[in-house]
Structures are given as structure tokens and as C-alpha cells.
Design a protein around this ligand. Sequence first.
Ligand SMILES: NC(=O)C1=CN([C@@H]2O[C@H](COP(=O)(O)OP(=O)(O)OC[C@H]3O[C@@H](n4cnc5c(N)ncnc54)[C@H](O)[C@@H]3O)[C@@H](O)[C@H]2O)C=CC1
Ligand SMILES: CC(=O)C(=O)O
Ligand SMILES: [Mg+2]
Length: 553
Amino acid sequence: MHWLNIVHLAQRRPSSPSYANVPPLDAHPAPSRPAHGLEPPALANPGVHYQRCLAQLRSKDKAIERNIYLQQLKHADEHMFYKLVVENMAELTPLIYTPTVGDACLQFSANYRRPEGMFISIKDKGKIGQVLRNWPRREDARISVVTDGSRILGLGDLGVNGMPISIGKLSLYVAGAGIRPASTLPICLDLGTNNTKFLEDPLYLGLRQKRVSDKEMDEFMDEFMREMRATFPKLLIQFEDFSTDHAFHYLDRFRHQYPLFNDDIQGTGAVVLSGFLNAAQLSSEASGRPLSDHRILFLGSGSAGVGVGMQLMSFFTLVAGLSPEEARSRIYYIDSQGLITADRPGLAEHKKFFARTDCPPLKDLVDIIGYVKPTALLGLSTIKNAFTRDVIEAMTALNERPIVFPLSNPVALSECEFGDAVSWSGGRVIFASGSPFAPVTYGGQEHVAGQGNNMYVFPGLGLGAILARVSSITDSMVEAASLALAHSLTPDERAAGLIYPRLERIREISVGIAAGVVREAQKRGVDGHKALRAMSEPELRTWVEGKMWSPMI
Ligand SMILES: NC(=O)C1=CN([C@@H]2O[C@H](COP(=O)(O)OP(=O)(O)OC[C@H]3O[C@@H](n4cnc5c(N)ncnc54)[C@H](O)[C@@H]3O)[C@@H](O)[C@H]2O)C=CC1
Ligand SMILES: CC(=O)C(=O)O
Ligand SMILES: [Mg+2]
């Protein structure tokens, strides 16, 4: 049976009775233009100007120059910027997001041009509320991406140079899910940096001090969250790119008090579960082995790796019919010291749940593959080219269609190049990477890489949570987002062997994700907008679509 039917059965719920008290749609204000005479007359033709902007963008040789051009366009003409992004998702997403956003972060202090978002520093402790109230659009704020810059993509501690990641993610909220630009609030917390290169860089824009102690950070974060709630009562918060221990710690500390989620733990978990459902189906169809036979090996056991493993537990319980204990036994982790076993002294708390009691402490990846016999190999290790030819060949020897997901970002840190994975597996690999790869031709056939990146999930998850006015984000809402994404493949996309939908359809996909999230919020009783409960599924989707902001060009 296809997993789609299994999950459908498990998730079926009664349809809602009627449609009542639906509030009016938001007005989308038209862009304001300079007064007559202050711009050239032919600019009145937006279609021509769109072509002009696209040509200007494409005339830049380097991706970082294109990123800078787009950032300045966003400030000068927000509607044109988003029009370009929405209509050219596959071309522009890599410029405003991974991989180019990695360079934008590394070079943030050198390339800085104008303020965007908020910088809250440890020096603001005791008066954080006062600082937050300087944000000019307090009433509008609905979604904030908050980073402390301590683990930006796989690039490590970048301090305040992490700000472009918050900005880039929020641009995808607008482009991918129609969140109003004025409702977005990028925040970078400056708690110091342990990046000595930056501390010695005269242009570095952050505090020149090492990161504060955990105790001081806890006090700061408690005040920050309290003041965020007081200043922006309707705000949803996405924690992004905190170092692993802090990522888990602050998710646990705040998730029951405030509407928030951690994108690296939960967003990544959701996007990978979704791709894995479709990949496992393809792999099992090719091998004739049941879905319950899958075994997953992770290289990398940080916030993203463990977040994905926790979410993949529901593949085994929901779809493959295993008990939670059996599900756990199908998941193996390797970190920098080798296969994670429970007898290792001083094992970090977040690694304990999946630590093996039944395996020797093997170190070499090919040896571990030989021992575990995984059907899927997932990389969240930040180790470039860790999936060597030997590794891909070992996976291919074990599996008719090996599942290989090198998910580390940016592309320069990917565990494997797409072209290599295709040729080393003889064209049999089922592949998804964190950052995009161009299609490759092999054996006379075009192969398309999936993009297993949380960008498919967080815009729709955020949209649903905002519209339902949730008081918290439950695990089941994250899972609902994941299933909605997995369900969103069209028959054409399935026939083409894709495991993620085409990025060009992101807005349509976000509607489905948002609707799934709203329904799950209702089931869990964390929805504040009770009128949505009365809507039928088509009515809810239409209503969600009507709430989405679009560029007016
Ligand atoms: N595709 C996506 O949507 C996402 C991708 N990521 C990527 O995942 C990567 C990891 O992120 P986090 O888990 O937060 O970082 P992290 O730094 O906490 O985790 C890295 C993990 O890799 C392990 N590792 C390091 N060197 C290794 C080696 N030589 N051999 C085996 N394992 C090794 C570490 O022990 C650690 O467990 C980053 O590159 C990040 O960009 C993160 C979130 C989302
Ligand atoms: C995609 C993402 O969130 C990361 O690489 O950290
Ligand atoms: Mg991240």
C-alpha cells in the first residue's frame, strides 16, 4: 500500500458542518509612488521596469553581487523585489537564501549598507523592552526570525554577521507564504562571538567580546522573551541557527509559554520527514521490501540531525506500523567520534535518546554502513564531501535505490555533490540536498535533485500559526506541516520521480501546509481564531489564500 493511503486513513477526521462569521479579508495597500515629476515618465510601465530589473540582476557576474542588488531593490521597491522573487523562485531563492546567504553573512560587516531588522545586545540587558519599542511597526509585527549568530548554516559562530539569515528567511515568508513584509521582524542577538577572526576585524559590526556565560544568556533570554511578548503580543517567533545545546535548551524553556518553534530542529525535521516518505516509497517499490524494513544512518548529530531523527520516528510509527521502541532502533547516528553508543563517557544530553546499546563503537563510515546496512544515509555534519565514492558505492551495493540526503548548508559544505552521487550510484540514487544543485544528465536521462531544506515548511507553518492565532506550536502541528508538504506532490511530479514539489509552486504548497496547521491547532485546542473551526476544507483554503500578500505590479 502507498504511504499516502496509510496516512490518509490514520489522519481522517470528520468534515466541519458550516461556514459562519468569517472575518473580512485584509486590504492589501497599493505601493506608494513618488509624487508626479519625481521619477521618469516611462516608469509608469511596470512590465518594462520588471524586465529592466531582471536584466540588471542578471548582468552581475557573482552571486554575492546579485544578492546585494536584490537587497537594495527590496529597500527601493519592495513590490518589484517580491515580484521578481515570486516569479523566478528557482533562480532567485539561491541568491537571497542558501547558498549565497552564507556569503552574505560572512561578508555582512564588510558589505553593510543600511540598517534592517533589530540588533539586541547583551549590553541592553535590563532595558530590552525599551529597545524593542524602537521598532517602528510594532502593531504590524507577526513573525520574527531570531538568531544569536552562533551556528550560521554550517559556517559556525558568525556573531552579528548572522543577521542576513534572519532577513533571508523572512523574505521567504513573504515570497513563499504571502506574509505581509511589514509584519516581518528580523532580529540578531549580540551575545558576543567566539570567532577570533571577527573580533580582530576592524570592520566587524558586533560587540568585541567573547560569548557570555550560559547563566548570563539565560537571564538575557528570559527578559528578551518576556519583553517580546509585551511589545509584540501577536508575534510568532522562529529561533534560527543557535548552537546546538542552546537550540534545544531554549526550545524546551520557552515553547509552552510562547508561540515559537526552532527551525533547525523542527522545520528541518518536518521537511526531511516529508521527502523521506516519498523517497522510502520509491525505494521500497524498487526493492520490493516493505516500508518497515528501512534503516536510517545519520552523519551528524547536532540540532538538525537529532531534530530530523525525532521527526522520522513518525515515519516508522505512522506509516510502517512499528512501536516507538522499534522505530528508535531503526535510527543510527555518527558524530565526529564515530557511531554513537550509550557507553561513551560524557555523551551530550541530546545524543542519548538514539545512542546504541547493540553496536560496537565503529569509526569508519564505510565500515558502519557495512554493519548497519542502512537504506538511507543522511548528512547533517557540515563535512564537505564526507560521502565519498566508496560511501555511495557501499550504499548502492546494499540498495536497489539508495536514499542519500547530504543536507548540510551551504553548498560548499554539502556531504556530496549531486553529479557524483548520480554517477557513483549508476543513476540509482534518490537524492535531496540542503542547498540546490542543478539537474544532471546521466545515462541519457535528466536527473533532478530534491531540495531538503526547511524553506519548504516554515513559510506555511508560520502562515497557519499566525492566521489561527495560536498560543503555542505543538509537535503535531509540525508533523501536520510535514504531511501536507508530502501530500502536495502532483501526479506529474510523482511520475517524474520527485520527492519534493517544484519550488515554483511554493505559494500553493504553503496554503495546504497552513490549512493543515490550522486544523491541527484546532484539534489541540491552541487556536485563538475560533471562527475558522466552522469552515469546510475548501473554504479554509480559499480564506487562507485570500489572506496572502502579493506584490502589486
Ligand atoms: N537542509 C536543511 O534544511 C538544514 C540543514 N542544516 C545543516 O545541518 C548542518 C548541521 O547543523 P546542526 O546540527 O545545527 O550543527 P551542529 O554543529 O550542531 O552539528 C554538526 C554535527 O556534525 C558532527 N560532525 C562534525 N564533524 C564530523 C565528522 N568529521 N564526522 C562525523 N560527524 C561530524 C558533529 O559531531 C555534530 O554532531 C549545518 O550545515 C546546517 O546548515 C541545518 C538545518 C536545516
Ligand atoms: C537551512 C537551515 O536552516 C540551516 O542550514 O541552518
Ligand atoms: Mg538554520
